[in-house]
Design a protein around this ligand. Structure first.
Ligand code: NAP
Length: 293
């Protein structure tokens, strides 16, 4: 595999793991992050720190954005786009929703920069191991240029057409399923405790049968133990529910479960769990009388 020059903007939970996967695959990686302390461990692993997004993207074949949301991504790329070379591709890999993806694609187009909508499925651990699933949409002519990067961070890439937006729409559909599962699980565990049923018995009873979900087992145990170390921060899960509701509303689709989940995530954030894992939505659903963690 040919070595690429890659810029990664945003080295949070996901961007850090992706950077290490890119380095392991032999790529040259320039990184930039708003908060410098997340960059230093990556420099020790072989990445090159850039002083600004504009500096990071200079000379890059592929620019990866892995920031919290669309507005932050738009702001940073405003300065950086003009520094990208004529053959460079912008792979936008954060979860920014439908409207922001369309806007970012438009901004890239105005600057003459090739754009691929490429959100990912998988969390902290798969990001570290290079085992994400990349959902990608964008011109077929760009696939070859993106392949070294997507192959390094992912176990597979699913291409979803030539128009940016298709991948982000599937990403929202997947996260709707995921966040519905986690919200439902939190209420189920709250109900178990309210009914004096040991939640571990519930997880044991569904384990191995058709009602099981491997995800329910480990997120369920996290809720039972009150172990909320972030793989997917609750504040970002809440952001995704808002993106889902915006996208549904734009197509006149009513999504009452997502609306309810969004209020639960907002309540858990208010209770101080914004930076904890999304499984801390349980805090919004624990039965009366149960002490907080
Ligand atoms: P994270 O650890 O919170 O990282 C967020 C990144 O965005 C950090 O680099 C942060 O910089 C940066 N950022 C936020 N606001 C900014 C601003 N206004 N200006 C400049 N930089 C800003 O989150 P993450 O889990 O890596 O998630 C990154 C993206 O991937 C999100 O869109 C998320 O929804 C998506 N995603 C996450 C997962 C997951 O399981 N964690 C899975 C799939 C997709 P600082 O370090 O300075 O705060």
């Amino acid at each position: 595999v040919a070595q690429s020059r890659v810029a990664v903007l945003g080295t949070g939970i996901m961007g850090s793991g992706m950077t290490r996967s890119l380095l392991r695959a032999g790529h040259h990686v320039q990184v930039w992050n708003r908060t410098d302390d997340k960059v230093q461990p990556l420099v020790r692993d072989g990445a090159v720190a850039a002083a600004s997004p504009a500096e990071a993207v200079k000379g890059a074949d592929v620019v990866v954005t892995m920031l919290a949301d669309g507005p932050a991504t738009a702001r940073l790329m405003e300065d950086a786009l003009g520094e990208m070379g004529p053959e460079a591709v912008w792979a936008q890999m954060g979860t920014v929703g439908v409207e922001s993806t369309e806007e970012l694609a438009r901004v890239a187009g105005d600057a003459g920069v090739a754009f691929v909508d490429a959100p990912v499925l998988g969390t902290k651990d798969p990001a570290e191991k290079g085992e994400l699933l990349v959902l990608a949409s964008g011109p077929a002519a760009l696939r070859e240029r993106c392949a070294p990067v997507f192959d390094a961070v992912g176990r597979a890439t699913i291409w979803l057409g030539e128009e940016p937006g298709g991948a982000s729409r599937l990403k929202l559909v997947i996260n709707h399923w995921l966040l519905g599962l986690v919200s439902g699980l939190a209420e189920t565990i709250g109900l178990a405790r309210a009914l004096d049923v040991d939640p571990a018995r519930f997880l044991e009873a569904i384990g191995g049968g058709p009602l099981n979900a491997p995800y329910a087992q480990f997120k369920g145990m996290a809720m039972v133990k009150g172990d909320f170390e972030a793989s997917f921060p609750l504040r970002l899960a809440h952001k995704d529910l808002k993106l889902i509701l915006d996208a549904a509303r734009a197509r006149s689709f009513d999504a009452p479960l997502a609306a309810t989940a969004a209020t639960l995530f907002a309540r858990a954030a208010e209770l101080g769990h914004a930076d904890d894992d999304m499984s801390a939505v349980y805090a919004a659903l624990r039965p009366a009388g149960e002490p907080p963690d």
